[in-house]
Design a protein around this ligand. Sequence first.
Ligand SMILES: Nc1nc2c(ncn2[C@@H]2O[C@H](COP(=O)(O)OP(=O)(O)OP(=O)(O)O)[C@@H](O)[C@H]2O)c(=O)[nH]1
Ligand SMILES: [Mg+2]
Length: 279
Amino acid sequence: MFAPLKKALSKARKFFLGIKTADTAELEAILLQSDIGVKYTGIILDEIKEKGDIRSGLKSALIRLLDIPKPVLEGDKPHIIMVSGVNGSGKTTTVAKLANHFSRAAKVILASADTYRDAANEQLSIWADRLGIEVTSSQKGQDAAAVVYDSISKAKSKNIDFVIIDTAGRLHTRDDLMVELQKIERVTKKFKVIGPDLNLLTIDANLGQNSIQQAVVFKEHIAINGLVLTKFDGSAKGGAVVPISNELTIPVLFLGIGEGTDDLVEFNAEEFVDALIGD
Ligand SMILES: Nc1nc2c(ncn2[C@@H]2O[C@H](COP(=O)(O)OP(=O)(O)OP(=O)(O)O)[C@@H](O)[C@H]2O)c(=O)[nH]1
Ligand SMILES: [Mg+2]
């Protein structure tokens, strides 16, 4: 996965080309341009000073800041994966990518819990058909939590390993819609005390640090335990993973690096940092 990641990071990487010979002021500019933010730029510069070497100080600081414990998939099946986020952030595409990823070694069913947008159900069904995966369909206006209940019940009775839930796009400022998300989460808790094993928030990587506020509000409403940074291909703001993940203390679990179902990279801090600042 290293080569596709490096390619996807090509825009973000270009800021780091001059690091070896940079002085402190130039280094600061590089870190700020990559959207690492003022606070974390300070932390990283301190570590570089301490280590006396730019590359090793930068590398160890980035890895440490990104090293946040990941949720583990354990306990009773089905594992439940819920995907939330603002409109257009890449939820449905991510659901299809995750379905592709997990169906290589396990049985997967999708739950179409976006009952707001016209054709949302159809969009998910098209992905499901292509992947040969069953989907619990819904009608526009239907109770999204009921769709999720049905889907998990079906998974249990058919011994399916994963239920992946696509939810409607919603602005974090719409309290009524955030309440619906809580209702969906509550339904999953009828099957599993912890709720979704992976409670994922999709964030458009092009937003950079601007996405922190929306993520904070989602986290206040539901127990987000993993981030998916989508549209990483083409984003110059790769450094923003540091403030987003560290500020929220939520690990990045996946990066979306394209529009196809194979364009998903499991996030590994060391590989990511190597791809970002490596030669
Ligand atoms: N380049 C690129 N495009 C992506 C990626 N992920 C999603 N997209 C594109 O972003 C657009 C929106 O993706 P969706 O998956 O429909 O987003 P969504 O969050 O489900 O949207 P709503 O349901 O309307 O809120 C589509 O054109 C996708 O092809 C990615 O990782 N890279
Ligand atoms: Mg969608």
